[in-house]
Design a protein around this ligand. Structure first.
Ligand code: SF4
Length: 359
C-alpha cells in the first residue's frame, strides 16, 4: 500500500508496534543514494582473502528497488517496498562507466539487476488508482489491468549500457518475472517478444533463471504464483528462440518443496512433469519460513490467512527431506543433472553462448 497504517498488536502486558515504512524513494533520491562514492570493494579487513559472495556481485549494477510480485514466501516487499523505485539512466550509466576503473574488470557485467530484473521503471498507468490500491500484488491472482508492463524503457537501457565504452557484455543474473511479458496465449504487448529475445540471446550468460516454484497449481495458489501453464508457454517460446538463432542457452527454473499446501504426492507430480524433461535441477530449496510473510503464517498456524481455511503443512524434518529428494529422483547425482532422463544435450552452465563483442 502507498499509505500503510501503523500496526499495534497486544503481546503479554504490552504491545508490539510496527511503524509504516518510509514512502517510496523518488528517482532523485535513488540517484542520490547510488551516486555516493562507493568503492565497490570489500572492507579492507578482507584484504587478500577471497569472498565467494563478492565474486558474484562485484561487476553487477543495481537498477531499482522493490517488487510488486507479492509472492507469499518472499520478504522483499517487506524491506524494499511493493512500489518500484528506479534510478535514472544517467545514474546507472555513470556507474557502468566507472566499472572500467575496477581491478580485473574485463568488460562483462554479471548482472543488470534488482529483486526482479524486468520491473525497471514499471508502475501503474493511473497512479491515482495505485495511491489508493490495497492489493499486495500487481500480478496475482491476475495481472492488474492498470499495470504498465512495457519493456521498451528497459531495452533502451540495455542498449545504452552495451554501447558504453569498455563494455563487452551485460548479463541479467537476477531473476525475472515472465508473467510481465507472457500469458498462456502469447505475449502481453509489442515490447514483450523483443524483450524475451534480447534477454535470451544478448543478456543471458549461459542459463536464464526463472522461478515457477512448483508445477501444481493448488500449491502455486498458496505461494501467490501464476499457473505452471505459463512456464510451459515460456519454455515453448524460449526453445523457439534458441532453435531459430542456433544457440544453446539453458533455462534454470527455481523450485521450492514443502511449502504450505505441498504434499509428497505434489512433489511426485513435479518430478514427473513432462514440461521439465531435460531441465537441470540445481536451483531448488526446501521451504524455510521467513519473517513477515504470509507463507510463514500458514506454516505456523496451519491456516491460510487470506481465507482463514486450514492448509496442509509438512513440518516433519524427515518428510520434508523426502519432499526435497523428489527434485533429484531421476538424477544420478544430487545436482547438476536433468530431472528426468533426456536425450537433450546439457545446456551450457555459466559459459559463453556467443563470441565476445569487441570494442
Ligand atoms: S492499481 Fe494495479 S498497478 Fe496500481 S498498485 Fe494496485 S495492483 Fe498495482
Amino acid at each position: 500500500m502507498m499509505h500503510p497504517d501503523t500496526i499495534l498488536e497486544p503481546v503479554g502486558d504490552g504491545y508490539v508496534q510496527i511503524n509504516p515504512p518510509y514512502p517510496p524513494a523518488t528517482q532523485e533520491e535513488m540517484d542520490s543514494f547510488w551516486d555516493l562514492p562507493f568503492t565497490k570493494l570489500p572492507h579492507p579487513r578482507y584484504k587478500g582473502k577471497r569472498i565467494p559472495a563478492y565474486d558474484m556481485i562485484k561487476f553487477s549494477v543495481n537498477t531499482h528497488r522493490g517488487c510488486f510480485g507479492g509472492c507469499n514466501f518472499c520478504t522483499i516487499a517487506a524491506h524494499q517496498g511493493k512500489f518500484i523505485q528506479s534510478r535514472s539512466e544517467a545514474s546507472i550509466l555513470k556507474e557502468v562507466k566507472e566499472l572500467n576503473n575496477l581491478p580485473d574488470f574485463a568488460g562483462n557485467i554479471s548482472d543488470v539487476g534488482a529483486p526482479t530484473a524486468n520491473m525497471y521503471g514499471m508502475h501503474g498507468k493511473n497512479l491515482e488508482l495505485c495511491d489508493k490500491c490495497k492489493r499486495r500484488s500487481c500480478l496475482f491472482p491476475a495481472r492488474c489491468p492498470n499495470l504498465d508492463c512495457d519493456h521498451t524503457r528497459l531495452m533502451e537501457l540495455y542498449k545504452k549500457i552495451d554501447s558504453t565504452k569498455g563494455i563487452r557484455h551485460s548479463y541479467i543474473g537476477s531473476g525475472i518475472r515472465y508473467d510481465l511479458f507472457l500469458t498462456e496465449d502469447g505475449f502481453v504487448d509489442q515490447s514483450s517478444k523483443p524483450y524475451l529475445k534480447t534477454l535470451v540471446l544478448d543478456h543471458t550468460s549461459g542459463r536464464l533463471k526463472v522461478a515457477p516454484e512448483h508445477t501444481e497449481d493448488h500449491v502455486l495458489q498458496k505461494m501467490a504464483k501464476p499457473t505452471f501453464k505459463l512456464f510451459e508457454r515460456l519454455r515453448k517460446e524460449f526453445d523457439k528462440i534458441n532453435r531459430d538463432a542456433g544457440t544453446h542457452v539453458g533455462l534454470v527454473p527455481y523450485f521450492i518443496s514443502s511449502h504450505p499446501g505441498c504434499t509428497l504426492k505434489d512433489m511426485e507430480c513435479l518430478a514427473n512433469h513432462p514440461a521439465l524433461k531435460g531441465i537441470w535441477m540445481d536451483q531448488v530449496q526446501d521451504f524455510t519460513p521467513t519473517p513477515m510473510t504470509t507463507s510463514s503464517v500458514m506454516f505456523y498456524s496451519g491456516i491460510d490467512p487470506r481465507d482463514m481455511k486450514p492448509v496442509f503443512v509438512e513440518r516433519d524434518p524427515e518428510r520434508k527431506m523426502r519432499q526435497k529428494s523428489y527434485f533429484f529422483k531421476n538424477s544420478s547425482k544430487k545436482s547438476g543433472k536433468p530431472l528426468q532422463g533426456s536425450k537433450q544435450k546439457p545446456n551450457i552452465a555459466g559459459g559463453k553462448t556467443k563470441p565476445n563483442k569487441k570494442k
